[in-house]
Write a protein that binds this ligand. Structure first.
Ligand code: A2P
Length: 345
C-alpha cells in the first residue's frame, strides 16, 4: 500500500496534537510526518508512532522541500489563507480545518459519513474543507433523518466546550476554576472569551453578524445546507459553556407536512448510520454527555422524543468530542476516503 508524506500545520495546538494519537490508532499510512508551527515552537518535539519528531517552522517552501502529499491545516484561518496554496502548489492535497475556504463553490465541504462523493471536487483547487465542529456532529444525525422523512426545518441550541477556542480556551477555564477556589476569581483575566467562562454560560460564539446571529450560528446554517445539498431552514443559537472538550446540542427537527414520526424507525435509522450511537434510557438517567463522549470518535444521540403537539416534529440531544469528531477525526476520515478514492493518482 502506498504511504504518504504528511504535514500537520498547527502541530502544537489542541487539534494538531490530537492527530498523533489518531495516526497511531488508525494505522494511517505515513511515510514521513512533518509537524509545522510558528517560529515560537521551533525546538519543540512531538511524539508519534514511537518517534520523537522536531517541529519545523511553517514556511511556503517547506511543503516542496519535504515533498508533502497530504497537509492537515489547523492553525487558524489567516494561516490557511497564507499557506494552503503553497502546499497545493507543491503537489499536496490540503485538508483544511478552518472556515477560510468552506463556502467556496469549488472547494468540497465534507463529512465522510454524509457526503463522501463530494471529495471528487478536490481536483478543482486541491483543497478539501473540514466543516465547523458543531455542524459536523449535527449533520451526522440529520442525514439519516432526512433520508427517512425529509427535513423541512432545524432549530438547534448548542452547548459548546472551551476546546473550540483552542488550547488557550481550555487553559482559561482551568485557570478561572483555580482562581475560584483561591477566592480570586474576580481578579481573573479573560482573553479567549468575551466574559468569564467558569461558572457561567455565554450566549455568543464568534463575532456578531448584521442579521442578529453570530458567525458560528451562520456557519451552522450555510454549512448544513452545503453538506446536505438542500436549502432546509436552519436556526441556531450557539452558547459557550464551561466544559473542556465535547460539544452538546439540543436539536428540534421539523419534517415535511404529513409525516407521522415513528420513534422506533427513528432509532433504527440512527443506529444503522456509521459512527452514530444511540444512548437513550431516560428512566435510568442514561443519555449522552460530554464526560462520556470525550476521547471517543463517535457521535452520540439520546433524549429522542416526539413533540407534544405536532406529529412531524422530533426533539433529541447530540454530543461529540469537539477536538476529535469535530476536527481531527473528521479530517483523518476525509484523508482516508481521499486515499481510497483518489490517492493512487
Ligand atoms: P504555535 O504554538 O507555534 O503558536 P490552538 O488552536 O490550540 O490555539 O493552536 C494553534 C496552532 O496553530 C499552534 O500549533 C500554533 O503554533 C499554530 N499557529 C498559530 N499561528 C501560526 C502562524 N502564524 N504560523 C504557524 N503556525 C501558527
Amino acid at each position: 500500500m502506498r504511504k504518504f508524506n504528511v504535514a500537520v500545520v498547527g502541530a502544537t495546538g489542541a487539534v494538531g496534537e490530537e492527530f498523533y494519537e489518531l495516526f497511531e490508532e488508525h494505522d494511517f499510512p505515513i511515510a514521513k510526518l512533518v509537524p509545522l508551527a510558528s517560529s515560537r515552537s521551533v525546538g519543540k518535539t512531538i511524539e508519534c508512532c514511537g518517534e520523537e519528531i522536531k517541529v519545523k517552522e511553517l514556511t511556503c517552501e517547506v511543503f516542496e522541500e519535504e515533498e508533502i502529499d497530504i497537509a492537515f491545516f489547523s492553525a487558524g484561518g489567516s494561516v490557511s489563507a497564507k499557506f494552503a496554496q503553497c502546499a497545493v502548489d507543491a503537489g499536496a492535497v490540503v485538508i483544511d480545518n478552518t472556515s477560510h475556504f468552506r463556502m467556496d463553490r469549488d472547494v468540497p465541504l465534507v463529512v465522510p459519513e454524509v457526503n463522501p462523493k463530494d471529495i471528487a471536487l478536490w481536483r478543482e483547487r486541491g483543497i478539501i474543507a473540514n466543516p465547523n465542529c458543531s455542524t459536523i456532529q449535527m449533520v451526522q444525525a440529520l442525514k439519516p433523518l432526512d433520508d427517512l422523512y425529509g427535513i423541512k426545518r432545524v432549530d438547534v441550541c448548542t452547548y459548546q466546550a472551551t476546546s473550540g477556542a483552542g488550547k488557550k480556551g481550555m487553559e482559561e477555564l482551568v485557570q478561572q476554576m483555580q482562581d475560584f477556589f483561591a477566592f480570586r476569581l474576580d481578579e481573573s483575566e479573560h482573553e479567549a472569551f468575551a466574559h468569564q467562562i467558569a461558572l457561567n454560560v455565554i450566549p455568543q460564539v464568534d463575532v456578531p453578524q448584521s442579521n442578529g446571529f453570530t458567525k458560528e450560528e451562520m456557519k451552522m446554517v450555510n454549512e448544513t445546507q452545503k453538506i446536505l445539498h438542500k436549502e432546509m431552514e436552519v436556526a441556531a443559537t450557539c452558547v459557550r459553556v464551561p466544559v473542556l472538550r465535547s460539544h452538546s446540542e439540543s436539536i428540534t427537527v421539523t419534517f415535511e407536512e404529513g409525516v407521522d414520526i415513528d420513534l422506533n424507525q427513528v432509532k433504527e435509522a440512527f443506529e444503522s448510520f456509521e459512527n452514530l450511537v444511540v444512548v437513550d434510557d431516560l428512566e435510568n438517567s442514561v443519555y449522552p454527555m460530554p464526560v462520556t463522549a470525550t476521547g471517543t470518535d463517535q457521535t452520540y444521540v439520546g433524549r429522542i422524543r416526539k413533540d407534544l403537539y405536532r406529529n412531524n416534529i422530533l426533539h433529541f440531544w447530540n454530543v461529540a468530542d469537539q477536538v476529535r469528531v469535530g476536527a481531527a477525526t473528521n479530517a483523518l476520515r476525509i484523508a482516508q476516503k481521499w486515499i481510497e478514492l483518489e490517492g493512487d493518482i
